[in-house]
Design a protein around this ligand. Sequence first.
Ligand SMILES: N[C@@H](CCC(=O)N[C@@H](CS)C(=O)NCC(=O)O)C(=O)O
Length: 268
Amino acid sequence: MFELYHHGSSVCAAKVRLVLGEKGLDWTGHYVDILKGEQFDPVYMKLNPKAVVPTLVHDGLVVTESTVICEYLDDVALTPALRPSAAAERAAMRLWTKAVDEDMHPACAEITFACCHRHIVHRLGPDGVKQFLDSTPAQSVTPQWHARKKEIVMSGFDAPDIARPFALYDRYLQKMEDTLANSRWLTGDTFSLADVGMAPYLNRLDMLGMLSQWTRRRPRVTDWFARVKSRPTFNPAFLEWCPPDLTADLKTYGTQSWPDVQRVLQAA
Ligand SMILES: N[C@@H](CCC(=O)N[C@@H](CS)C(=O)NCC(=O)O)C(=O)O
């Protein structure tokens, strides 16, 4: 039995739900509201000491780290294979998933809080915000997340060095555009964990209502994302778990923040 601890707007959880869907695996969900601080529940932190989602429990085995979970699922459910069989393509796939873990994901967390989630967190009221921010463990989304989340929740686009994650995102979109000149998917002719890994980060921009502004001059990325979206697994994995009020918040706050995003991108 597969149990997934996850959240509607978590990019890492969406990645795992996509793999579960592609593999046709049945799973049970445990919803952890990371905007209300449910990830800090000591019972949950026994499963995931970083207090992040997702966590997979498979027949009692606890697996954390979304990239590791995706490879684990590809090991236990062999078809359809989501890792290329050729060594060179598999290495290329891992370069993408490594980039997701090291670069895209930390940038996405900052972008999402700057554009949207800080507004939702402020609904907790001053004491609630303080408790929420103080609860983040020293080692969380990144080793800097405890301090960085505070800076962005309190200062938004005035937080120090806020252009950096946006500039990084932009560079990776260009890297995708260049890569897709040579292959249909990111690591060849078949959909792989590289595509699974990048898809939630494009979807994040889409849900923030600003993807078209980032991809206007990137036709291959536009076409790639349209093909990802047309997969039958896309809506259940990426959209249906996001509660309607959160979907609306992402779109509203995201759209409102576009002038700031444009400003920091131009300054970067
Ligand atoms: N490296 C981890 C990162 C997980 C992560 O950052 N999860 C985010 C949601 S996408 C989270 O739970 N954040 C909680 C918080 O910000 O307190 C993974 O890939 O599973």
